[in-house]
Design a protein around this ligand. Structure first.
Ligand code: PLP
Length: 396
């Protein structure tokens, strides 16, 4: 195992100076198991991916069955592949009525890239607007939309004609104009530390976009597939975007993403120029089969419907923790904000040492992240909260 760790550190490209470095041999439901028999509880779902639990048997079975039939056939969009057709149809039952076409890609960042290109192509405009503390991915276009200069400076020049405005600030909406192609927003900011849009703000943003002809893009890459208590967060707000970006939990643990829009909007990627977005592996049939099994599992087991009772239980068990400044949550996106980075760091390190995999947020280092698989049970929530309480009380 020591050799594996050394090779990991030397040969596997990294961006963190201190990776968690847990060797995982097997994962199941909410648990990760190491070769020496340690068991960890995954409290962050591999960052909002494992909504149906790790190695969900229905997903594994679908992967095997599809791999037996066929894997990659042709660059995306040419052949009729039934896993793509079935997954698109199943997902589009949960999008607004106007959104009836889904373009498959490989990741969240690529979904954002495609959606931004689509908005520019459809509107013929160039200005792109996003929000402070927004995270939309790490490729050049997605990075341009990030709401933190610290992570962008070293990579400039990025996309031109991009602006960040204040989140949940009504006055900032006035700066969206007839020049704006798209406004991209996470209904619940993920890396900002699970900060939710106010319903009034999201409604006003929709209105402003309608008035100016700007397209409204929702990044539901973290909030999608049941995490907030609905399949997508737009359903909770009752505000319909023009384009929805999705990824992460979409593949039930396999890599896939997508952006969905109306057929008429999406069609503009087929002319002037043709092939307006090209992807080789987008909508890989094995990933689509996995995604379909995952979505069916979420629906059949009413996982989204189970989320608010679990959220309430977490809140009731953790709200009175010492040193807690604020607990923010939308469904199973829960942030314990201690208002103190040093204290939070001690807490998360000790949680990991005691077998709880958790971390902080890119733009909110004072808060600890709780976003377990949606399959987590009441008993498991009580166990997790018991450990968190012990750690916090000891560090306090
Ligand atoms: N958008 C949001 C809200 C995210 O949280 C992430 C990833 O964390 C992305 C986009 C980028 O997704 P990916 O890492 O799959 O490119």
């Amino acid at each position: 195992m020591e050799r594996l760790t050394k090779q990991f550190l030397r040969h596997v490209g990294q961006t963190s100076p201190a990776p968690m470095g847990i060797t995982v041999e097997r994962a199941e439901e909410i648990y990760l198991y190491t070769p020496d028999g340690r068991r960890y509880i995954d409290l962050i779902s591999g960052v909002s991916v494992s909504n149906v639990g790790h190695s969900n048997p229905a997903v594994v079975e679908a992967v095997k069955r599809q791999a037996d039939s066929y894997m990659h056939l042709m660059v995306y969009g040419e052949m009729i592949e039934s896993p793509q057709v079935e997954l698109a149809t199943a997902i589009l039952r949960h999008t607004p009525g106007s959104i009836d076409c889904l373009y498959f890609v490989n990741s969240g960042s690529e979904a954002i890239e495609g959606a931004l290109k689509l908005a520019k192509r459809y509107t013929g405009r160039t200005e792109l607007v996003s929000f402070r503390n927004a995270y939309h991915g790490s490729t050049h276009g997605a990075l341009s939309m990030m709401g933190s200069e610290y992570y962008k400076t070293a990579f400039r020049p990025l996309l031109p004609d991009v602006r960040q405005i204040e989140f949940n600030d009504m006055a900032a909406l006035e700066t969206i104009t007839e020049k704006t192609a798209a406004v991209l927003i996470e209904p619940i900011q993920g890396e900002g530390g699970y900060v939710a849009s106010s319903p009034e703000f999201l409604a006003a943003l929709r209105e402003r976009c309608d008035r100016t002809g700007a397209m409204l893009l929702f990044d539901e890459i973290q909030s999608g597939f049941g995490r907030t208590g609905a399949i997508f967060a737009w359903q909770r707000y009752g505000v319909a975007p023009d384009i929805i970006c999705m990824a992460k939990a979409m593949g039930g643990g396999m890599p896939i993403g997508g952006f969905a829009a109306s057929y008429d909007v999406m069609k503009t990627l087929t002319f002037d120029p043709v092939l307006g977005h090209i992807t080789t592996f987008g909508g890989h049939p094995v990933c689509c089969a996995a995604g379909l099994a995952a979505l069916k599992y979420i629906e059949d087991n009413a996982l989204a419907e189970s989320v608010s009772a679990k959220e309430r239980l977490f809140r009731s068990l953790l709200s009175d923790l010492p040193h807690l400044k604020e607990i923010r949550s939308v469904g199973l996106m829960i942030a314990l904000d201690f208002g103190d980075e040093v204290f939070r760091e001690k807490v998360t390190s000790e949680c990991v040492a005691r077998g709880l995999v958790t971390e902080s947020f890119l733009f909110c280092p004072t808060a600890m992240r709780i976003a377990p698989p949606l399959t987590i049970t009441e008993e498991q929530i009580r166990e997790v909260c018991g450990i968190v309480r012990e750690v916090v009380e000891r560090e306090a």
